[in-house]
Design a protein around this ligand. Sequence first.
Ligand SMILES: NC(=O)c1ccc[n+]([C@@H]2O[C@H](COP(=O)([O-])OP(=O)(O)OC[C@H]3O[C@@H](n4cnc5c(N)ncnc54)[C@H](OP(=O)(O)O)[C@@H]3O)[C@@H](O)[C@H]2O)c1
Length: 272
Amino acid sequence: MADVCVITGGGSGMGLAAAKCMPKDKIIIVSGRTVSKLERAIGELKELGYTAYACACDTSGRSSVKELAEYAAETGTVKNVINAAGLSPNMADPEKLLRVNALGTVYINQEFAKVMQSGSVIVDISSNSAYVLPKFLISHKTYALAETNEEQFIQKCIRKSNLAKGDYQRAGFAYALSKNFVVWYAQKCAFEFGEKGIRVCSLSPGLIATDMGKLEEKEGSAMLGYAAEKRMGTPEELGFAIASVADERNGYLAGVDVLVDGGSTNGKKFRK
Ligand SMILES: NC(=O)c1ccc[n+]([C@@H]2O[C@H](COP(=O)([O-])OP(=O)(O)OC[C@H]3O[C@@H](n4cnc5c(N)ncnc54)[C@H](OP(=O)(O)O)[C@@H]3O)[C@@H](O)[C@H]2O)c1
């Protein structure tokens, strides 16, 4: 059976850019909610010489994710899962952001771990927004509820987001919480799934010039002032970074978050 690489959010942006950096002997499955976008993406991949399939999935629903994992396992040996599906503050309200970005990551990691074997890898895409929250808002006890009581997890996170004033700020808090959760959850899974030989990492992009990044440019570009690279990243740069983390040859990279943000998070420490 051929090796399979599954990319959620693979119909556009950095997910699609990562697909174009994967080895061509793998079958690529791109996934997302919009079928026309997925069809365009597999057209581009086929033109580049890939074997590529589209499979629609909404990562905020466990049954949809389960179907995607089963489809991938029927197609071949699932070696790489890149979970790039996500929504940003200008796209959704706090609840939707938490359901897609946070609970979606739980469903992807849990359902794919059931069909993956030793020598495989999951890369969950977070954000450098994961690093902006004041410490008192971060509770790993609340995060643990995502596996045991989803509704309580959502309600507690929404309550924290409501501390912010204004709709955009509340969505921004929820987004940052959801992405801080992704970093924590990928680490938790790395230690649980490590016993089975499944490597798990997260990767946190800074402001990247995808459709989503352009939508967030006005609010997000303030942090570029602190960066070592004073510009938005390109989807191709992120695609290469994500594919490298997801590559089996990177087998010792586990249980960490890889921060690919042109230095904007660390730049704050050196601000004059
Ligand atoms: N661009 C940035 O500046 C930036 C910065 C930090 C982190 N990120 C993160 O990077 C990841 C990739 O984003 P991008 O910049 O490449 O933006 P993008 O082009 O908008 O890609 C996001 C993809 O996720 C899919 N998606 C959204 N909700 C989904 C759902 N419920 N189920 C399945 N697929 C869903 C979208 O397709 P459909 O709408 O068709 O489902 C879309 O193809 C996201 O997780 C994002 O939060 C981006």
